[in-house]
Design a protein around this ligand. Structure first.
Ligand SMILES: CC(C)(C)OC(=O)N[C@@H]1CNC[C@H](C(=O)N(Cc2cccc(Cl)c2Cl)C2CC2)C1
Length: 338
């Protein structure tokens, strides 16, 4: 079936600037799910009808019921994902998955158990990995690869817009097959992905104001649409936070809201360009009953070699820089988001 001009938009919902998700459907008749389109992984999973009713994270989310789909194909192979903060266990099934109106017959995972942490906080039901096939668990061909092989897309790329303000509508947009000029200004600057078959690039440095520098010998930056924040090596992030006077408490780094206006920019040197984030981009300002709370959207995370040390550029970076993920040329492009 023909899709407008070979580009297919999916509107996203923005939950508190930390979770961005859009609707897909699985099965016939369609069973709809909200999924995070996650460039940091490459599998599709949704909660299963067979999930234990005692699993809080399961019964508070939409669940796939194979018995209600006439296009369901049994598979049954085991599946599990170990996240930093939790896990997903289940089994594989196959059915018609529709993304932005494009149907594909897809092997996906039914989550029969979802750890309460972190999924009780998830406003989305599941995850659609937008990563390369070599990252896919159980060697399953990812959805975007199956869509590319249908040759319905104008270009073998997808792009992501994340709004910076939950009251904004739409909260974001995923475009399969191109970009949406409504959501960026100026030109794209591109950089090649590292040959690892992941959405990651070589970063030349991270600086704060004129003196503080990190990643001075070069390091890896993962562009991860499924992460809420920016993470970097714990020692670097803690030095960076010290510079801006942030204190670490149980729920992350906090600053006094009175100091926010005077906070310095943090600049990421990628592909010959400098991408700066101002306090507007990296402070999450929440007005709460006991007063305003200003959270710094950076986290320390030490990823062991050979993958690490890495910086993960998540939603707060993408909200400032509209991102194009180009599978044809194995490159990532950034343009200033509107
Ligand atoms: C090694 C492998 C398992 C492939 O690594 C990954 O899958 N790595 C994923 C990389 N992208 C972020 C993913 C993640 O952390 N979450 C959890 C999450 C994120 C933000 C907010 C909430 Cl509430 C939650 Cl639950 C998935 C929803 C995307 C892990």
């Amino acid at each position: 079936s023909k899709h407008n001009n070979g580009t297919v938009p999916t509107p996203l919902t923005n939950y508190l600037d930390t979770q961005y998700f859009g609707e897909i459907s699985i099965g016939s008749p369609a069973q709809t799910f909200n999924v995070v389109f996650d460039t940091g992984s490459a599998n599709l999973w949704v909660p299963s009808q067979s999930c234990s009713p005692f699993s809080t994270a399961c019964f508070t989310h939409n669940r796939y019921d194979a018995s209600r789909s006439r296009t369901y194909i049994e598979n049954g192979t085991g599946f599990s994902i170990q996240y930093a903060s939790g896990n997903v266990r289940g089994f594989l099934s196959e059915d018609v998955v529709v993304v932005g109106g494009i149907p594909v017959v897809q092997v996906f995972a039914e989550a029969a158990s979802l750890s309460a942490m972190p999924f009780i906080f998830a406003k989305f039901d599941g995850v659609m990995g937008m990563g390369y096939p070599n990252v896919a668990i159980d060697g399953i061909t990812p959805v975007f690869d199956r869509i590319m092989s249908q040759h319905v897309l104008k270009e073998e790329v997808f792009s992501v817009y994340y709004s910076r303000d939950p009251k904004h509508s739409p909260g974001g947009e995923l475009v399969l097959g191109g970009t949406d000029p409504n959501y960026y200004t100026g030109n794209f600057n591109y950089m090649d992905t590292r040959q690892t078959g992941k959405w990651e690039v070589t970063m030349k440095g991270v600086s704060v104001g004129m003196e503080m520098h990190f990643c001075t010998e070069g390091c890896t930056a993962v562009i991860d649409t499924g992460s809420s924040y920016i993470t970097g090596p714990a020692s670097s992030v803690s030095a960076l936070m010290k510079t801006i006077g942030a204190q670490l408490d149980e729920s992350g780094y906090k600053v006094n809201c009175d100091s926010v206006k005077s906070l310095p920019s943090v600049t990421f040197h990628l592909g010959g360009q400098e991408y700066s984030l101002t306090h507007e981009d990296y402070i999450l300002w929440q007005s709460q009953v006991e007063g305003d709370v200003c959270t710094v959207t950076f986290r320390g995370l030490d990823v062991p070699p050979p993958t690490g040390p890495i910086w993960i550029l998540g939603a707060n970076f993408i909200a400032r820089y509209y991102t194009e993920f180009d599978r044809r040329n194995n490159r990532i492009g950034f343009a200033t988001a509107v």
